[in-house]
Design a protein. Structure first.
Length: 121
C-alpha cells in the first residue's frame, strides 16, 4: 500500500505546485498567500508518504484529497484534478491493501510449507 499511496502523493505534490503557479495569476491573491498555502499542502503531501502506514495516515490523505477538490474554488481546474487524484487515492488504498494481504498470505504459506516455488528442488 505504501508504494501506491506514496506515488499518488508525489503526483499531488507536483499538481499542487502547478496549481500554485496558476493561482498566482489571480489578482485578488498575493504571492505570499498562494505559496504559503501551496507550500503547506506540498509539505503535507511529502510527509504523508512516510505516514501512510501509520494510524491516521490514510485519513490525513483523505483530508488532502478534499482540500485539493476545494482548491477548485480558486483554480477551477482543480475540481477535476482533485477528483482524479481522489479516485487515484481510493485505488491506491484499496488495491494496496489487497496487495499487502496477498503478500502476507504468501509469506504465511512459505513459512508453513517451505518454499512454494517450483525451482526449490
Amino acid at each position: 500500500m505504501r508504494t501506491l499511496c506514496s506515488s499518488t502523493l508525489i503526483g499531488e505534490f507536483f499538481i499542487i505546485g502547478f496549481a500554485g503557479l496558476v493561482a498566482m495569476k489571480d489578482p485578488d491573491l498575493t504571492t505570499g498567500t498562494v505559496w504559503t498555502v501551496c507550500g503547506i499542502a506540498m509539505l503535507l503531501s511529502v510527509l504523508l508518504c512516510g505516514m501512510v502506514t501509520r494510524p491516521g495516515g490514510v485519513a490525513l490523505g483523505w483530508v488532502l484529497q478534499i482540500a485539493l477538490i476545494a482548491a477548485g474554488f480558486v483554480v477551477p481546474l482543480m475540481f477535476f484534478m482533485g477528483a482524479v487524484f481522489a479516485a487515484l487515492w481510493w485505488a491506491s488504498v484499496h488495491f494496496g491493501r489487497k496487495v499487502d494481504e496477498a503478500k502476507a498470505r504468501f509469506a504465511a504459506q512459505s513459512a508453513q510449507g517451505g518454499s512454494s516455488t517450483p525451482d526449490a528442488a
